[in-house]
Write a protein that binds this ligand. Structure first.
Ligand SMILES: Nc1ncnc2c1ncn2[C@@H]1O[C@H](COP(=O)(O)OP(=O)(O)OP(=O)(O)O)[C@@H](O)[C@H]1O
Length: 284
């Protein structure tokens, strides 16, 4: 499998920190795939992302972009910030201008593109991300979901080859989450490799084609979604759980043996009652 970005044995301790936050993490991001990075709070996902475009430099280990080692020099790092788009967990850390249009234009002005090109790209990004009506709205008037969309638009307008998103669905409602996943699918279809850090096993299982799991600053698993199911004990020990569809699947034999009451439940309430009864029996 061709790797776009590769982390090799990275070690990183924050200044003043007692122990390494990245402790030998190694894995490659497969080119062209929708990937999810799972791991419990504090396992080092955001710190890893900050290494991916050179914001942080590892104290040991190396990164490779399409097989070329990272060089911590201005010109190389500028190139990497264009190739690797990073959407932070908190859009407030990302949005810097005063209106929606200004914010999307910001990175394009930094690239010193001709004004006409900037205008065209900004109009395209406003349209693609459903922000046209908000073009002149001050950023502090936007909802969290709108700010997240704007942060994504500001990154995508620079046409990165790899998009990294840190917990993009946190605090979004179901409707906004579904919209975001559709947007990410569209971005992926247009040729961008996407890696999303998340705690949500259901989203990872449903959406991703490749799943990586980190713990304690290193990689503990990487594989296709169905392979994740063979790691039930590991996932439970990391408090990630297994996907809901897999839980339901696991209950099927119990239904077939009528262990959850006779026949198929006639309503969601009945299913809920029967599951609760089974759990009570199990905990006695
Ligand atoms: N700027 C910093 N200075 C010192 N320590 C930090 C800094 N940023 C993060 N850390 C510490 O590094 C560890 C890993 O944090 P990180 O944010 O990378 O984990 P994470 O897996 O993204 O967590 P979460 O899922 O909660 O976002 C944590 O213990 C955190 O307190």
């Amino acid at each position: 499998m061709k790797r776009l970005l590769e982390f090799s044995n990275l070690q990183y301790t924050y200044p003043g920190g007692q122990k390494p936050v990245l402790n030998g993490v190694s894995f490659g991001i497969p080119a062209g795939k929708k990937c999810a990075l799972l791991g419990r709070n504090g396992c080092g996902k955001s710190t890893l992302f900050l290494h991916a475009n050179g914001i942080l430099q590892p104290q040991q280990g190396q990164l490779f972009w399409k097989g070329t080692p990272f060089v911590y020099k201005r010109s190389f790092l500028q190139e990497m910030t264009q190739k690797v788009g990073l959407v932070f967990q908190d859009p407030e850390h990302q949005l810097i201008a005063s209106t929606v249009t200004e914010d999307i234009s910001y990175g394009l002005f930094n690239r010193k593109l001709p004004l006409e090109v900037i205008r065209e790209k900004v109009v395209g990004a406003l349209e693609s991300f459903g922000l046209t009506e908000l073009a002149d709205v001050p950023i502090h008037h936007l909802s969290l979901g709108q700010k997240r969309r704007l942060a994504l638009a500001g990154v995508m307008v620079l046409e990165p080859e790899l998009l990294l998103l840190d917990e993009p669905t946190a605090y979004l409602d179901r409707y906004q989450t579904k919209n975001l996943m559709r947007e990410l699918d569209q971005i992926h279809r247009s040729g961008t490799t996407v890696l999303m850090a998340t705690h949500d096993m259901d989203i990872a299982f449903e959406w991703a084609e490749w799943i990586c799991v980190m713990d304690g600053g290193r990689l503990v698993f990487a594989g296709e979604p169905q392979e994740v199911l063979s790691q039930k004990e590991l996932l439970e020990s990391l408090h990630l759980g297994i996907p809901l569809v897999a839980e339901v699947w696991e209950l099927l034999p119990a239904y077939l043996k009528n262990e959850l009451g006779a026949g198929i439940p006639q309503s969601v309430e009945e299913l809920k009652r029967r599951l609760e009864a089974k759990q009570e029996v199990a905990s006695v």
